[in-house]
Design a protein. Structure first.
Length: 363
């Protein structure tokens, strides 16, 4: 199969032929139909986060099941599926207490003495799988608890972005922060995850939804996703503008970029009793500086990984929201490209001008 392989951080991905194994027990072979380009992939491409090389990145995908291994019960050949990187075992303390996204069981991967799922065609040396998925490829071989079947009337290019950007943003609203109707929300960063967070806040019934970014084009787009107010952070102190707009701060602030400054701003713009949720990936070693006095007013700061999702339940609901016209996915996808254009797509992602690029594979 063709795949985009990263061999060294800071270098372009190369399109190569890669061998993929047959499904073992509880494994599923998927024909990839579409995969989104996510800023998280870019962190690994640039070496901000380490990963064993060579590796096939990509984690926001949808496709069609081709084969299943023994013991697979949740999907069957022909099913349309969305993948999710937070694969779960189903029986560890995190899973049985309903926190599937926190599962770190090794059961969802093959053991080090097993045949690798991915390998080089000529040398047969292993190619590392990324986050249980490796979706920048024509096929994926995954644990059954890394995918979920969806309705067949759902377009797969739009279904792909549900698996990371949308479930991360909406899940942070619904599951992590548990926004209630009428509450005030600020979202810092209007990329794919930020726009999905805005959409989630609107679905949750938030009363005032403030979008913050440095590009007017993204702020205009934010209005279609539910923003009631927009602030261009290039025009002055974003925190002060939020405090003035809301007469004292918001009840929920979501940081969707992954920077020290914006995480600290999210906390600073809270009302008394408010909570800041950091969704963005802050680089290793970076420390936040917060005023200890603010904690006396019961302000909180927390992280959110993949929207604290229970994706076998959450993803089909998101599909329903889209097909009902309540979830904005058409507007989220800025362009569709081929696998050969992947490096160009990441160059555009670096510039921060697009919401989401999606690779669509030939049918």
């Amino acid at each position: 199969m063709k795949a985009a392989v990263l061999r060294q951080p800071g270098t372009p991905l190369s399109i190569e032929e890669v061998a993929i194994g047959k499904p073992g027990p509880r494994e599923v072979l998927i024909r990839t139909r579409a995969v989104g380009l996510c800023h998280s992939d870019l962190h690994f491409i640039e070496g901000a986060y380490p990963w064993p090389m060579p590796v096939i990145l990509g984690h926001e995908a949808a496709g069609v099941v081709e084969q299943v291994g023994s013991e697979v019960r949740s999907v069957k050949p022909g099913d349309h599926v969305v993948t999710c990187l937070s694969a779960f075992c189903g029986h560890c303390p995190h899973c049985v207490s309903g926190h599937l996204s926190l599962c770190v069981s090794p059961e969802t991967k093959r053991g080090k003495h097993d045949e690798p799922r991915l390998s080089e065609v000529t040398s047969l040396k292993p190619v590392n799988q990324f986050m249980n998925l490796s979706a920048f490829a024509e096929q994926m071989l995954v644990h059954e608890n890394a995918c979920v079947a969806i309705r067949r009337d759902m377009p797969l290019d739009r279904a792909a972005v549900l698996g990371c950007a949308v479930i991360t943003g909406t899940g942070a609203v619904f599951n992590t922060a548990q926004v209630r109707p009428g509450e005030t929300v600020a979202v810092i960063g209007c990329g794919g995850i930020g726009l999905s967070t805005l959409n989630g806040a609107a679905l949750a019934g938030a009363g005032r939804i403030i979008a913050i970014d440095r590009l007017d084009s993204k702020l205009e787009l934010a209005k279609t996703f539910g923003a009631t107010d927009v602030i261009n952070a290039a025009d002055g102190d974003a925190v002060q503008q939020v405090l003035e707009l809301t007469r004292g701060g918001v009840q929920h602030a979501f940081e969707c970029i992954g920077l020290k400054q914006t995480a600290e701003q999210a906390f600073a713009m809270l009302a008394r009793g408010g909570s800041a949720t950091v969704i963005g990936m802050i680089k290793p070693g970076v420390k936040l500086e917060l005023s200890g006095l603010d904690f006396l007013a019961e302000r909180r700061i927390q992280g959110s990984f993949m929207g604290s999702n229970r994706f076998p339940v959450d993803l089909p609901r998101l599909v329903d929201f889209y097909l009902q016209g309540r979830l904005k996915l058409d507007e989220l996808i800025s362009q569709r490209i081929g696998l050969e254009q992947i490096n160009q797509g990441f160059d555009e992602l670096r510039r921060g001008e697009l919401a989401r690029s999606v690779i669509v594979f030939d049918q």
